[in-house]
Design a protein around this ligand. Structure first.
Ligand code: N01
Length: 569
């Protein structure tokens, strides 16, 4: 319930507004409302909870983190009550889980569904955020928390002629709730990232014919999905604390440790045996085979060669295998997909691979897709073309901070945040999994829980100490951006020129490496240290704090970038 309603504007007044009802927004609401006792409201575009999982209903959509790690860990009761069914839960199961959590914590009564936020404007005189929705409803709050996710703004390439297509077309991130019937249809799928690799085998199983338009070939490791055994479920029930301890002590937040050995520490035969074993284990665990896979190109080459050999072994047609294995980026320098029979799909008679790097797409016609080699007649086009990642969802709203400055102008040369959590010039605004946070290089729920708890503690600290405004200091933000760059540059990640980590998948987007590659463990320690030092690097007003206190001498000492253990995926 709002504290009050402004009589002149009709604006509903809250302590906190949270934008988005996915993993982040749900937990943020619980923390602010039930732990701090604030009046808080979530504004959510969709008609239900779930965030990115609400929209990504494409065939084959399932989680790539292992079930028991893709969960909230803040509540023992939830951990004990909920039981996952498979190693990698499918989208409907994740939706059931998030609805279960929302109902259990009675969160939905404070979520306004079907509500798209258009603008959020900070008013310095009243120290409040004014939020307006597409429908013209108005809200104000002291704290604004964006929980909009990293991968929620669909990237639909601007291919000439799309409007003229007489068939149906869909983006995987905006999938129809009733599903799509591919039976007997000629389907074209553009995109071979994690999504396309999940979708293609399922689409091919019913389509008349599937043509996969591949621009950048990709590695993939079998997921080896399957139902959980009774013994494993028992192990999970009895070992939550230990599993959480592992997830919180690894750089990527997954429930397994990255091996503490370098590729050069073992003989070629041992290395092969390790890769074979990792391939059999499957999923993102393959990445954990050696510590230096993302730090040393020569080490990475050994994994890359192993994975390309697997493609050539699985795919029967040598020409198709060659196109699929023609990968020129280091393994895991793009987010490494995992799959269920992706490469095997190209052995089916009803599947064709088209290399659009060699023969680019020229246009879409009423009847299909035309590349420089000719037309592919289609009934349905599936865009598995990814997202305007990390900044897209934030810049999709008109967010204005002090002096009316727009976030899109402040970030015109690329995003700048302090810890990925706050932006200079935008007081009392917090960005869960914002650019500059580990987010997408980490198992998301682990990153989200840390962010939400840090933000909650920060707001509690403000209220206990009479601090009215908190804002990232520009110097601290500059140093954090530098540190984010150094952390990325100490790895092979920036070697991929065409990666959404860099914003390179969206024409005109500034090329800035957005996620923090220094590892979740390091990041957590930095955040804790900053909080322990009274939110060092932040400017505070109220409670006896000066308006612009000088920054502490140690701000920016986040540790050496090169000491990164092993960035995650
Ligand atoms: O998107 P992507 P995604 N012409 O950007 C191609 C997460 N995720 O949706 O590489 C032709 O990775 C593009 O080609 P290129 C995960 O973090 C999680 O697959 O730009 N092709 C690429 O092949 C993941 O990384 C899960 O040359 C075009 C593809 O489209 C992130 O979401 C599941 C093109 C886009 O790949 C995004 O994955 C799935 C064009 N004009 C995803 N434009 C789970 O954990 C783009 N492409 C469940």
């Amino acid at each position: 319930m709002p504290n009050t309603t402004d009589r002149s504007t009709g604006a509903q007044e809250y302590d906190a507004l949270i934008i988005g009802a996915g993993f982040s927004g749900l937990y943020q609401l619980h923390c602010l409302r039930d732990r701090l006792g604030l009046s808080a409201q979530v504004l959510e575009t969709a008609d239900g909870v779930g965030g990115t999982w609400y929209w990504n209903r494409y065939p084959g959509a399932r989680c790539e983190s292992e079930r028991h790690s893709y969960s909230y860990y803040f509540s023992k009761e939830i951990l004990e009550e909920w039981e996952w069914s498979e190693r990698y839960p499918e989208q409907p199961e994740i939706m059931r889980y998030l609805n279960y959590v929302a109902d259990k914590l009675d969160l939905k009564r404070d979520i306004q569904f079907g509500t798209r936020v258009e603008s959020a404007v900070y008013d310095e005189a009243t120290n409040r955020w004014h939020v307006e929705t597409e429908a013209g409803d108005q809200y104000t709050a002291t704290y604004l928390i964006t929980a909009v996710g990293c991968l929620s703004t669909a990237n639909i390439p601007d291919i000439p002629g799309l409007d003229s297509f007489a068939g149906d077309w869909y983006h995987t991130g905006q999938w129809p709730h009733d599903g799509v019937d591919f039976t007997g249809k000629r389907v074209g799928q553009i995109g071979t990232g994690s999504t396309g690799i999940q979708a293609a085998p399922v689409i091919a199983s019913t389509a008349g014919h599937l043509t996969v338009f591949q621009r950048t070939p990709n590695y993939s490791v079998p997921a080896h999905n399957g139902p959980l055994s009774a013994e494993f479920k028992q192990y999970l029930r009895e070992n939550h604390d230990e599993i959480r301890a592992i997830m919180q002590s690894t750089p990527n937040g997954h429930p397994f440790r990255i091996a503490d050995r370098n590729v050069a520490d073992v003989t070629p035969d041992e290395r092969l045996a390790i890769y074979e074993e990792s391939w059999r284990t499957g999923g993102l665990r393959f990445r954990a085979a050696f510590r230096d896979l993302l730090l040393d190109k020569a080490a990475n080459d050994t994994a890359a060669e192993f994975l390309k050999d697997k493609i050539r072994t699985v795919v029967k047609d040598p020409e198709t295998a060659a196109k699929l294995a023609n990968i020129d980026h280091p393994y895991a320098a793009k987010r490494p997909p995992i799959d269920t029979h992706y490469f095997e799909t190209f052995n089916r008679d009803n599947v064709t691979l088209v290399d659009v790097r060699a023969a680019p797409i020229e246009r879409i016609t009423p009847t299909g897709i035309v590349t420089v080699n000719g037309e592919y007649p289609l009934d349905i086009i599936v865009f598995a073309t990814g997202f305007d990642a990390m900044t897209g969802p934030l810049l999709g709203m008109d967010i204005r901070g002090r002096d009316g400055q727009a976030l899109k102008d402040v970030w015109s040369a690329g995003p700048k945040t302090y810890l990925g959590l706050a932006v200079a010039g935008f007081p009392n605004m917090f960005t869960v999994t914002g650019p500059g946070s580990p987010s997408v290089l980490c198992n998301m729920p682990v990153a989200i829980e840390q962010h939400v708890e840090w933000i909650t503690d920060c707001i509690a600290h403000m209220r206990e100490n009479g601090i009215d405004r908190i804002e990232a200091g520009p110097e601290a933000a500059e140093k954090w951006v530098e540190h984010v760059n150094d952390a990325a540059n100490a790895t092979l990640l920036p070697l991929v020129k065409h990666s959404w980590y860099l914003g390179a998948n969206v024409p005109g987007k500034p090329r800035v490496f957005m996620p923090y590659a220094g590892g979740m463990t390091r990041y957590r320690a930095v955040c804790d240290d900053i909080a322990a030092k009274g939110y060092e690097g932040f400017r505070k007003e109220g409670g006896g704090h000066e308006k612009h206190p000088p920054q502490g001498a140690t701000v920016g000492d986040f540790g050496p970038a090169a000491a990164i253990d092993a960035p995650g995926v």
